[in-house]
Design a protein around this ligand. Structure first.
Ligand SMILES: Nc1nc2[nH]cc(C(=O)O)c2c(=O)[nH]1
Ligand code: SF4
Ligand SMILES: [Mg+2]
Length: 234
């Protein structure tokens, strides 16, 4: 990403939704979805933010200043920063400006990240919540230049939680092993089902919930998909 960018590549800004996944599932919130990712998960449900081989990123991403983004947001309502990988933009002046504007607007910030990049001091100093999703084998192979290896400092950040996308009980076992290896407490570790339809999510849920409970980790559904399907703007 260009270090001096005064705009961010924005896929979508939407308000009036609920956080669908993980430790804050059900929370009223709004979203800012940024373009670009440093991984290429086979089942990515937001590939339109990064995959130039399948989408026209020029059409999908709009350069916006922090002020333009903030103007579309509701003061006081938590903002989920997602992507793509939003932390790719952490050194951009526009990213810093956006965080400052969200502070002025009294908006909590929750970052949905793949966990490969260390977060900036700016976010750590304002009690940001991090929802960190390291990728399991089910995400397939990434490009040869890409490393899905997570930054190992997440357990030291009290407001960081792991959230693994799992297909079945075996994946839950893999998630537990990964959390344990990172030193992340199980009470801050979540799994959620892979899937973009109600049928898939419900079909996987009993096996995943059972395995999560047996391993003393948390499980969430994907509430927005159950409510509205796999649609942009939700
Ligand atoms: N409602 C809602 N909750 C979400 N939680 C994580 C999301 C994401 O795409 O990162 C997401 C999303 O796209 N919508
Ligand atoms: S890390 Fe997230 S945004 Fe990037 S390819 Fe994987 S699922 Fe998609
Ligand atoms: Mg999503």
């Amino acid at each position: 990403m260009p270090g001096g960018a005064t705009t961010l590549p924005v896929s979508e800004v939407f308000t009036n939704t609920i956080q669908g996944e993980g430790p804050r599932a059900g929370m009223a919130c709004q979203f800012v979805r940024l373009g670009g990712c440093n991984l290429s998960c086979s089942w990515c449900d937001s590939a339109y933010t990064w995959d130039a081989s399948r989408y026209s990123l020029r059409a999908e991403l709009t350069p916006m200043t922090a002020t333009e983004i903030a103007a579309q947001l509701t003061p006081g309502l938590p903002v989920v920063l997602s992507g793509g990988e939003p932390l790719l933009h952490q050194n951009s002046p526009a990213f810093r400006q956006l965080i400052h504007q969200l502070t002025m607007m009294n908006c909590d910030v929750h970052v949905e990240t793949n966990g490969t990049l260390a977060p900036p001091a700016l976010l750590l100093s304002r009690e940001t919540t991090f929802i960190v999703s390291p990728k399991l084998g089910n995400a397939g192979d990434h490009k040869s230049s890409q490393s899905p290896q997570p930054w190992m400092g997440w357990p030291r950040i009290a407001r960081a939680h792991l959230k693994f996308v799992v297909a079945d009980a075996d994946d839950v076992g893999e998630a537990v092993a990964r959390a344990d290896a990172m030193g992340m407490p199980r009470r801050r570790t979540w799994v959620m089902p892979l899937g973009t339809t109600t049928e898939e999510l419900l079909e996987r849920w009993p096996g995943i919930a059972r395995a999560a409970a047996d391993h003393y980790i948390n499980a969430s559904q994907r509430l927005h998909v159950l409510a509205w399907g796999d649609r942009k703007g939700t």
